[in-house]
Design a protein around this ligand. Structure first.
Ligand code: SF4
Length: 274
């Protein structure tokens, strides 16, 4: 019997790592999401809006629109960041650029997807993957170990032959995190065949693990201890299904929507950027 492929991506991986029950509720159930917006503080909405606007501007520049018209109406600081980002893009040695590019590869019976903010490919087989960050580099180690740093280069390498990039190797790929608040110090993460094999094996184990779980109860909740409940459950939009009682008061430490699932936020609330 043919099994319908299931989509998997960085957002789902991050959600599964955060809490298996939350993964189930979010992607495998049709339980309604109540008052999700209340889990986002104003500053997180601001950051999300800023991120989406930045990506949209970069896409318009890549289509050939002049900086003057793309940056028109942006606050001075954001216009300056956009100029710096565009300068960085122009400084990259490349024969081909792909902007806001969606990639999908088969992975067993799953479809593994990733979106690259920018792919810059040279005819010598090297590829630079750029991820635009609108903030600062507050934790390089966390970025190095992030799901994004695992999945993006993995998918790019696996998809390279379908893009006609037959000379690309793992060691020719570099992932760059570029920071609007520290534009002169992007974080360069070289990739390697060893990391690629490791990523393949880690992804396969996680997907096997998910395949082996059936029914809501199999997707266990995070431990019910005060520290976990305060950090993981308190900002969770499904907390009303879990009878978890956070003890701390004050502002909620938000879920990292940039790392996790910004797309779902856009689907829930429609923004106008103009
Ligand atoms: S409230 Fe806690 S246990 Fe329940 S889904 Fe959310 S993170 Fe998981």
């Amino acid at each position: 019997m043919d099994v319908e492929p299931i989509e998997f991506n960085q957002a789902r991986l991050s959600a599964f790592r955060r809490c298996r029950r939350r993964f189930f509720l979010k992607y495998r159930s049709d339980k309604p999401l109540l008052e999700r917006a209340l889990t986002l503080a104003d500053r997180d909405w601001d950051a999300a809006r800023l991120g989406q606007r930045f990506h949209l501007c970069m896409e318009r520049l890549a289509r050939g629109l002049p900086m003057q018209s793309v940056a028109n109406g942006l606050p001075t600081e954001q216009a300056a960041s956009l100029t710096k980002a565009w300068d960085y893009r122009c400084s990259l040695r490349a024969d081909q650029f792909l902007t806001e590019y969606d990639l999908t590869i088969p992975f067993d019976h799953w479809l593994l997807t990733a979106r690259a903010d920018l792919l810059a490919r040279c005819s010598d087989g090297t590829v630079t993957i750029v991820d635009w960050k609108t903030g600062a580099n507050t934790n390089a180690d966390r970025l190095r170990r992030s799901d994004q740093a695992r999945i993006l280069p993995y998918v790019v390498l696996e998809a390279s032959s379908s893009l006609g990039w037959n000379t690309v190797t793992a060691s020719g790929i570099t992932l760059v995190f570029w920071f609007a608040q520290d534009p002169d110090h992007p974080l360069h993460l070289p990739y390697s065949q060893r990391q690629h094999e490791q990523n393949r094996s880690n992804l396969a184990s996680i997907m096997d693990m998910i395949d082996g779980l059936e029914g809501e109860e199999a997707f266990v909740r995070v431990p019910d201890d005060p520290a976990t409940v305060d950090t993981v459950c308190r900002p969770c939009e499904y907390i009303h299904y879990c009878e978890r009682n956070p003890t701390s008061a004050g502002p909620v430490q938000p879920i990292d929507y940039e790392e996790e699932d910004l797309e779902a936020v856009w689907e829930t609330f429609d923004f106008s950027l103009d």
